[in-house]
Design a protein around this ligand. Structure first.
Ligand SMILES: [Zn+2]
Length: 296
């Protein structure tokens, strides 16, 4: 055989080999899926991963990003239910009273847990015992200077505080002189004020608007009556509220009812997550940030 004929023969064999290997690959392809189920599973897994965002866009439940801020008041005094509140699997906000035995510890612990911390500022109520107020309370008879001094000292006493809300305060939150001083300090310090709404005549909405501060207020008290049934009903009201509003602020407490509030809240997390994301109350304040008021 001369060289030319050998070349032709080699070319022919090569073509035949390419054709056969292509045919084998085609025949083997469906077999490989069954022979290596893991590979098939991986492929299925990947496609499921890719489909998720699409599902998210299509699902009306997943599409909304409503926000729920749960504030727990009255920390700072070794209160019952503190441990239970500090170990929730979702973001909460805790309001810590100043100048008490666990003020620093509770604020630090909440911050490390990723919660928002508020200064829970004691303010004179229309009715109620003065001893319920705690140290450093703001009273309507105080001078402008005394109010300023007390508010500043209280802010300095609660580490990590990003805002303030009122403990009691049905009298003070209706007092324009005092609230104006408190809100001026908020503005200077880059804090916001959450109105617990202990008085429907509160001047906070009007003053925050005038001063360009965010308007954040409580919509629903969770545990104004200390029974599991009542707290569950209030959680139901939170869900209802969220069906027709973009966000909800709800307030519960540690203390004598603390363990009940914590246990009902923990049981309700999954249901509430169907309606909204758990956020810190600072997320709601930040949404209303104005150019002349920026959080630090
Ligand atoms: Zn309180």
């Amino acid at each position: 055989m001369d060289r030319y004929k050998i070349k032709i023969k080699v070319k022919g064999i090569a073509r035949w080999l390419v054709a056969m290997s292509t045919l084998c690959a085609l025949l083997a392809w469906p077999v490989s899926i069954y022979a290596f189920p893991d590979t098939g599973h991986l492929v299925a897994g990947e496609s499921a991963l890719m489909a998720d965002p699409v599902k998210e866009i299509q699902s009306p439940k997943a599409q909304h990003k409503k926000k729920l801020a749960v504030i727990i008041d009255d920390l700072g005094n070794k209160m019952e239910g503190t441990d239970e509140i500090m170990s929730m699997p979702v973001k909460l906000t805790v309001a810590v009273m100043p100048f008490l035995q666990t003020t620093q510890q509770d604020a630090k612990r909440a911050h490390e847990q990723g919660y928002d911390v508020l200064l829970h500022l004691p303010m004179e109520p229309k009715r109620g015992r003065p001893e319920w107020l705690g140290p450093g309370a703001i009273l309507t008879k105080m001078s402008d200077e005394e109010v300023r001094k007390r508010v500043e000292a209280a802010i300095d006493n609660v580490p990590y505080a990003v805002g303030i809300n009122n403990h009691m305060g049905s009298k003070v939150t209706a007092d324009e002189r005092i609230m104006s001083i408190v809100l001026d300090i908020c503005k200077e310090r880059g804090l916001f004020f959450v109105d617990s709404k202990t008085n429907y005549r509160s001047v906070l909405g009007k003053l925050c608007e005038q001063k360009g501060l965010p308007q954040v207020y409580n919509h629903i008290f969770l545990d104004d009556v200390a029974s599991n049934d009542h707290i569950s009903r209030q959680i139901g009201k939170v869900s209802e509220w969220l069906k027709s509003h973009e966000n909800c602020v709800t307030i519960g407490h540690v203390g004598s009812r603390g363990k009940k509030t914590a246990s009902v809240l923990r049981r309700s997390i999954h249901t509430l997550q169907q309606e909204a994301d758990f956020v810190g109350v600072s997320d709601l304040a930040r949404e209303q940030q104005k150019p002349d008021f920026i959080f630090p």
